[in-house]
Design a protein around this ligand. Structure first.
Ligand code: ANZ
Ligand code: ZN
Length: 816
């Protein structure tokens, strides 16, 4: 055995051995329990960052641990390879997006290998590979057939100077990132997936996800946003149609002082006819941001439409306003405004001098006045005629029933969730497989013509989509009538690829989208990734799973049984990021210390879900620990320690104590790794064990055997975390089978038993002595021993013993 720990050569050798033996390449097994462990696949941006290293180390540790439990573990890896950065790189450095992407993949794959992650590389997929996106196109057409896909116009960010659509990230302070021209909203026809058809199930099946963090489930639930309310009609005498609004607070109906409609609402357009002030307000609204986040904070603005509506119960006339805070895409695009009880309505009413009428009062006499802000709590109705005195909850029912009976309204469940717009006017994405023919309409690309591949010869200059500009891409013969037709030039949102890659890993070589293997491997047992994907990616993946299930391609309802959202990597208290210039390059660390040190540091510095503060000295510390462990094994080997058998019947107390610590550590580490999914404490316990060994100098045969057992246990316990050094130490400790095939060690219960325990003797609460008693001793026996203790006798002689209290495993208190 080498005297010194030399990580770099060990790691290379071990990695080569794993690769040639193919130990991590797995297939279905009928005898073993399967375990599918997945870390979110990376975007091939160029190099791994510390966030990746942390994410993938956590996944690898879990995988290796599960493998040691005897499970058939699959851990795949691939590339989320489409997306805007490749186009940017192409524009900045003149390299083709495909070349840029594949070069990055090669570099990053090599980095992952250097970190020793136990991936089944035979399943690797890159989503920009036509063999991958072919199935995405195929599935889209299945959904089109089923009516789960449709086309409608929706707003995009449009740069009038570059004549191009901009992604949200390309809009900076409302202006184009390239030319700084003010960005406009433009309505263009786009494809949508009907995720709303699954809104109910996406919400209710959250309840089955016991292995997900509550916080993520709450975020999903809020995003789906189920609400119960009423749709009701306000008659508009001057128009042929009533104005339909949606409210979740019908109990506040008698407090309505105006109605408000979105700028795109037909009533607003009607009002704008021959009214320049209204027209220009509507025009202005078009340039405003539409995100809901922006809606919350922006200044509430509006204009009176001049149109009046009639209150459905009182018949009073109420003005209809056009307001920027009403969204066209939600509910009916029109609201009844109750300034006394809704903060937005309140601010708006104050600004425009509209009446505020309070109709809800506190249930328990608490403060409920509306002079400073809206009173939004539910309560008791007042100023509400026949509904006075009802609680909000009762009034919800009574008022909706009254409206339903008068055929002026209907109860309705609404979801905030919108259908998923998947069209992107970009080059580096999967082409949407449809054809437009003037005579035959919109047609799917015939299955035999799939995949529709991206042409390579394109010019990327940031103006106009290269697929539109391409000389032949969009030219195609109509599959129906054969006449010249046009191909769709939009590509899919890249979330489309990441919504099903976990399933493709299971069937990576299938000649269809998925095969029987997907049924075996799915759902993913443990999914590890960043919290930034807590909403969209996870929601889309859940949605896709239900679509795949309904197509008979998978048999599970949910894709990810258990979810771990790892915390951020910080440096000096702020997020490590390129823009802040505070990154640490994993590559340099690997070169300096080896992968095991990097892995050990990221697992030791914090529990996986908490943020991890970068520390150079922490890395040093991790390295020192590995050197210490190596040294202990080296000294043990030099002393010829690996071949002596343990004789449990003749152990000294010290030997017993070491064995007890070994098995207590094992018990704790098993619980930490398997149940709590916390690794830093597991590592700390092993560090203590190594400390104990450095002080354990017993070189008798049994001493060596105890040390051998301890070192083996440490190597096995740390194997998932620092697999390279452990692999080597395992061989040095005399094993011939590779460590990756070893099982997780068993706790020896007999080693945990303590023959004798120390108890403190107190007399009248003061510490006076200590005694050692058998672990099996009864309370009576302990009392008797205490009363006969020499030290104790000195304090109790001649006094009456009033009481003896025995606190098991701790103390005996004698009251005299
Ligand atoms: C009157 C009212 C009184 C309301 C009150 C709230 C409080 P959720 O829970 O998200 O479904 N609303 C309806 N459609 C809207 C739209 N297109 N744009 C903006 N706001 C809209 O929210 C439903 C509530 O949001 C509805 O209930 C409506 O305001 C508003 F004291 O109606 B409410
Ligand atoms: Zn045709």
């Amino acid at each position: 055995m080498q005297e010194n720990y030399q990580p770099l050569s060990i790691e290379q050798d071990v990695q080569a051995a794993w690769e040639t033996s193919g130990v991590f390449n797995v297939s279905e097994s009928s005898t073993q329990e399967k375990y599918y462990c997945l870390s979110m696949f990376p975007y091939p941006s160029g190099r791994l960052h510390m966030g990746h290293v942390r994410n993938y180390t956590i996944g690898d540790v879990i995988s290796r641990y599960q493998r040691m439990l005897g499970k058939n573990v699959m851990q795949p890896m691939g590339w989320d390879a489409f997306g805007l950065p490749a186009e940017n790189a192409a524009m900045q450095h003149g390299v083709h997006p495909a070349d840029w992407t594949y070069q990055n993949i090669d570099y990053m794959r090599d980095q992952l290998k250097q970190l020793g992650f136990g991936y089944d590389w035979s399943r690797e997929v890159a989503t920009c590979d036509p063999d991958y996106y072919k199935w995405e196109q195929w599935f889209f057409l299945k959904l089109l057939e089923k009516g789960l896909v449709y086309k409608k116009t929706a707003p995009v960010n449009w740069c009038p100077n570059d004549m191009t659509v901009l992604a949200n990230e390309q809009v900076i302070d409302g202006c184009c990132w390239r030319c700084d021209t003010k960005v406009e909203r433009k309505e263009i026809a786009q494809w949508f997936l009907k995720i709303t058809a699954y809104a109910d199930e996406l919400l209710t099946s959250l309840e089955t996800l016991d292995g997900w963090p509550e916080q993520v489930k709450t975020m999903q639930a809020n995003w789906i946003g189920r609400s119960e309310g009423v749709e009701m009609d306000f008659q508009v005498p001057e128009l042929s149609q009533p104005l339909r609004i949606y409210t979740t607070r019908p109990d506040t109906l008698m407090g309505v002082t105006y109605l408000a409609v979105a700028a795109e609402h037909p009533l607003a357009l009607k009002a704008s006819e021959g009214n320049p002030a209204i027209s220009s307000f509507i025009e202005e609204c078009k340039t405003m941001e539409t995100s809901e986040a922006a809606m919350e904070t922006m200044e509430k603005r509006g204009i009176d439409s001049g149109i009046k509506a009639l209150h459905p119960i009182t018949g009073d006339s109420v003005p209809v306003w056009i307001a920027n805070f009403v969204l066209m895409g939600y509910g009916t695009g029109a609201v009844m405004a109750v300034p006394a009880h809704d903060q937005r309505d309140y601010e708006f009413a104050n600004k425009y001098g509209i009446a505020i009428k309070q109709v809800i009062f506190s249930k328990d006499g608490g403060a409920d006045d509306c002079s400073e802000q809206a009173y939004t709590t539910k309560g008791i109705l007042g100023h509400s005629g026949e509904f006075d005195g009802l609680t909000s909850e009762q009034a919800f029912v009574s008022i909706s029933e009254a409206l339903e009976n008068a055929e002026k309204g209907i109860r309705k469940v609404n979801f905030r969730l919108r259908d998923w717009g998947v069209s992107r006017q970009r080059y580096w994405g999967a082409p949407i497989p449809v054809i437009y023919c003037d005579d035959c309409g919109t047609l799917p690309v015939p299955e035999k013509d799939l995949p529709v591949t991206l042409p390579r010869d394109v010019v990327l200059d940031g103006s106009q989509s290269p697929l539109v500009a391409h000389p032949t891409f969009s030219k195609v013969d109509c599959p129906c009538c054969g006449k010249p037709a046009r191909r769709e030039t939009d590509t899919f949102d890249t979330f489309m690829e990441s919504s099903w890659y976990f399933a493709r890993f299971a069937s990576s070589k299938a000649e269809s989208m998925l095969d029987e293997s997907a049924k075996y491997w799915l759902p993913v047992d443990h999914y590890i990734g960043g919290i930034e994907h807590a909403i969209l990616h996870l929601l889309y993946a859940r949605f896709y799973t239900k679509l795949l299930r309904d197509e008979g391609l998978v048999v599970c309802d949910e894709p990810f049984k258990r979810l771990l959202t790892q915390g951020m990597v910080l440096k000096d208290g702020s997020k490590m990021s390129k823009s802040k210039g505070n990154t640490v390059d994993p590559q340099e660390l690997i070169a300096q210390y080896g992968a095991d040190t990097v892995r050990l540091f990221v697992m030791f510095a914090a529990p996986p879900e908490q943020s991890l503060e970068w520390s150079d000295s922490g890395v040093e510390g991790a390295f020192r620990f590995l050197k210490r462990l190596w040294r202990q094994a080296y000294l043990h080997n030099e002393a010829g320690g690996s071949s002596v058998a343990l004789d449990k019947s003749t152990l000294t107390e010290e030997q017993q104590a070491v064995r007890r610590q070994v098995h207590q550590t094992l018990q704790k580490v098993t619980h930490d790794m398997g149940v709590r999914i916390i690794f830093n404490t597991a590592i700390a316990a092993n560090m203590e064990l190594v400390n104990t060994l450095t002080k354990f100098t017993d070189d008798s045969d049994n001493g060596k055997a105890v040390r051998q057992e301890a070192l083996e246990a440490i190597v096995l316990m740390l194997a998932p975390i620092v697999p390279h050094i452990c692999h080597q130490l395992w061989l040095e400790l005399g094993h011939h089978e590779a460590l990756v095939t070893a099982s997780w060690p068993q706790v020896d219960e007999s080693a945990l038993e303590q023959d004798s325990i120390e108890l403190v003797i107190q007399i009248n609460g003061k510490l006076r002595s200590k005694i050692s008693v058998s672990a099996q001793a009864t309370s009576e026996e302990i009392q008797a021993l205490a009363l006969n203790d020499e030290q104790a006798i000195r304090f109790i002689e001649g006094k009456t013993i009033r009481k003896v209290i025995v606190v098991p495993n701790k103390l005996i208190n004698i009251v005299v």
